[in-house]
Design a protein around this ligand. Sequence first.
Ligand SMILES: NC(=O)C1=CN([C@@H]2O[C@H](COP(=O)(O)OP(=O)(O)OC[C@H]3O[C@@H](n4cnc5c(N)ncnc54)[C@H](OP(=O)(O)O)[C@@H]3O)[C@@H](O)[C@H]2O)C=CC1
Ligand SMILES: O=C(O)C1=N[C@H](C(=O)O)C[C@H](O)C1
Length: 256
Amino acid sequence: MAGYKGRMGSTAAQMVIDNPDFELVGVFDARSQEQNLGEDDRFKGQDVPAFHDLNLIKTDATVWIDFTIPTAVYENAKFALNHGISPVIGTTGMTDEQVKDLQALAKEKKVGGLIAPNFGISAVLLMQFAQQAAKYFPDVEIIEMHHDDKIDSPSGTAISTAKKIAEVRQPKQQGNPDATETIPGARGAEYEGMRIHAVRLPGLVAHEEVMFGGPGEGLTIRQDSFDRISFMTGVKVAVEKVNQYHELFVGLENLL
Ligand SMILES: NC(=O)C1=CN([C@@H]2O[C@H](COP(=O)(O)OP(=O)(O)OC[C@H]3O[C@@H](n4cnc5c(N)ncnc54)[C@H](OP(=O)(O)O)[C@@H]3O)[C@@H](O)[C@H]2O)C=CC1
Ligand SMILES: O=C(O)C1=N[C@H](C(=O)O)C[C@H](O)C1
């Protein structure tokens, strides 16, 4: 469990501990000085080795769960694949090239893995519904909303949503071609003509709206994660199934 000190990593570590079919055999966090998970007040009584240096990890783990940071996840996933450990990656922010590299490595090593920008069922369905709607409504704006500790934007879920829409939509510049921004950035990020907006506020967890517009009508699709427990069903499914495969999938829907 890489990132076990964090919001998602600690939630996922608890899910693994609580599941009689799983065994938590190690935790990894770059900055923590703990030698054992049990030193963390949230996990008193646990006896699980804690690692802090990728190169010093010795483990018989079969699955590597990663909820870390965008600048660390690629090397973490490469380590896992090179050691025959199936990565279950929730961490967002990798480049398309990094993902392609990991997929090639997984094929070479014949190790199954999953990168899922969102393990929430509501988010997986939102992305599928948005792709369906985009066939009829090419004008779309994505508004993702998260807690104000999130470091990356737009969210991996919003980027994944835009990519799924782009699969069924011709690139199209939206709005007035002569439009100007009185304040730079007012129209948000742009992806193949679509606009993506990132809201960061305390009190939020993870939410996304996809707004479509057409002549005289509109369609809004929304998903909400009110608690990080919402991601755990997807993580559990991924941990149970990923070893059955010999390639690295992108998107939880590939395992559902
Ligand atoms: N796919 C999904 O369903 C979801 C994905 N996410 C993604 O998960 C990631 C983590 O989110 P969140 O838990 O909120 O973030 P946090 O900042 O709470 O947790 C990140 C953790 O990673 C640790 N870390 C940093 N560098 C390394 C490293 N090199 N190796 C191991 N651990 C490291 C941090 O340690 P330290 O604090 O000591 O620096 C921290 O404990 C983000 O990319 C987010 O987008 C979040 C929710 C759902
Ligand atoms: O940082 C978060 O919290 C989340 N990040 C993921 C993303 O970037 O899409 C998934 C979810 O939205 C929560």
